[in-house]
Design a protein around this ligand. Sequence first.
Ligand code: HEC
Length: 102
Amino acid sequence: MTNLVAAQAADPKLVAAGKDTFAKKMCTTCHMAEGKGNKNLPLDDVGAKLKAPDIKKWITEPAEMTKTLKTKPAIPMPKVALTDAEVNGLVAYLSTLKTPAK
Ligand code: HEC
């Protein structure tokens, strides 16, 4: 099956930088990806679930995105201070995650 979205190859350097930022900037306190971090909020298939602009909005305006949830989390996602480059890396990295955790 051809996936047109996957055909837009992600920049491997940006993805690697995003993976690094994910581990270093508190994300794994609450989220898990690729077996690392908090199992309560896995992001292993977020790249299949959300488009890049929505992933970006979660990172840059989490309060706005939390408003869209039917069930509000006990501890809502905080806004983490990040540079534009870090945000772009995170979006590139998370967009590659398309397989739900087992
Ligand atoms: C204090 C805990 C906490 C931290 C730290 C945190 N998040 Fe979140 N995040 C949440 C919660 C809670 C949600 C909403 C989950 C839900 O109910 O769908 C969320 C949602 C998301 C979503 C949307 C997930 C989906 O399935 O719709 C993304 C993407 C995301 N976070 C990325 C990040 C990134 C990247 C970082 C690090 C910069 C981060 N989060 C840090 C708690 C956190």
